[in-house]
Design a protein around this ligand. Structure first.
Ligand code: NCD
Length: 329
């Protein structure tokens, strides 16, 4: 009988803190407003180490014995699977609840009760929910960390972190860059979080959208108070030549009350090779995905197209966040 595991310890030399003094230990991540520039530097440092470890050994035991509950009330491909991959790469395991119709949610259970049940079996909960503020509510009731995987048209902090990590990997520090966000800026939670996060840097922000899909005045005011120049446009033509990062989003069909309004704006922008003729050679083209026609597949081989690299970076950032809230980084 094997009494002790004699395999050599594969735990990496990450900046491991004493978990009781680690500032993120046990904390929920519900909004990008929680992060300072120093926090971001730290998260990306850990994400880098995660990348190196994955490239070197694939999977290691930093979170061995820990369990993540992945609770998704809305569809997801990338967020759910990259959190699963992140947890498994760190040696932990996952309880996936993707189809809430098969769980007690379908019987009318409240979110606080579902989260308080799941945390009995797990160490951290990732929550995606259609209502703004759902993660904050869950975090209020939970004893274990809750990570916001998207709360309706509210925020998507882990996506914004991986978006910023992508910008830094592709361009270096964001200071001095012009970032143009295009598409559904009203309902798109990724741009709500990303614009707030970028306002910690010396950037210029352009917003391109149809009139009815403008960035909310509340967010514009918040960012304005940080002294960040912001401009709004209906068309991409004018801001494109000065753009360093073009961040494209899909029109969020599921958030429209009136399907006719969606029909009016659904094909508002399509980025093709011809569109990018006036763009900088070193511009980076990003998209949180899924795309539903906003970026032509003909651009996929253009070196400026970063959306698939962006997706891969997401796993490293999520590995860093899991290690942090579980006191291992
Ligand atoms: C985004 C989301 O869910 O907000 N997707 C993602 O997490 N990568 C973007 C979208 O759905 O349009």
């Amino acid at each position: 009988m094997i009494l002790a595991d004699k395999t050599p310890n594969q735990t990496p030399h990450l900046p491991l803190g004493d978990q009781r003094t680690s500032p993120w230990y046990g904390k929920s991540i519900v909004s990008v407003k929680q992060f300072s520039r120093d926090d971001l530097t730290y998260i990306f440092e850990v994400a880098h180490e995660m990348r190196e470890m994955v490239e070197r050994i694939g999977t290691f035991d930093l979170l061995k014995g820990k369990i993540l509950a992945n609770l998704f009330y809305e569809p997801s491909t990338r967020t759910a699977s990259s959190f699963t991959a992140a947890m498994e790469r760190l040696g932990g395991s996952v309880i996936p609840i993707n189809e809430v119709k098969y769980s007690s949610v379908a019987k009318g259970e409240s979110l606080p009760d579902t989260v308080r049940s799941l945390e009995c079996y797990s160490d951290v909960v990732v929550l995606r929910h259609p209502e703004i503020g759902a993660s904050a509510l869950a975090a209020k009731y939970a004893r274990k960390p809750v990570i916001n995987g998207g709360d309706g048209a509210g925020e998507h902090p882990t996506q914004a972190l991986l978006d910023l990590f992508t910008i830094i990997e592709e361009h270096g520090q964001p200071d001095g860059l012009t970032i143009t966000m295009l598409g559904d800026l009203k309902h798109g939670r990724t741009v709500h979080s990303l614009s707030r996060l970028l306002s910690l840097y010396d950037v210029r922000l352009n917003y391109v959208s149809p009139e009815i899909l403008r960035m909310s005045s509340e967010i514009i005011k918040e960012i304005d108070e940080k002294g960040i120049p912001q401009s709004e446009y209906n068309e991409l033509e004018e801001p494109l030549p000065e753009t360093d990062v073009l961040y494209v989003t899909r029109v969020q069909k599921e958030r429209f009350d009136d399907p006719e309004e969606y029909e009016k704006v659904k094909g508002a922008y399509v980025i093709t090779p011809a569109t990018l003729e006036s763009a900088k050679e070193a511009m980076v083209l990003m998209h949180p995905l899924p795309r539903v026609g906003e970026i032509s597949m003909e651009l996929d081989d253009d070196p400026r197209a970063a959306y698939f690299r962006q997706m891969e970076y997401g796993m490293y950032v999520r590995m860093a966040l899991l290690a942090m809230v579980l006191g291992k980084a």
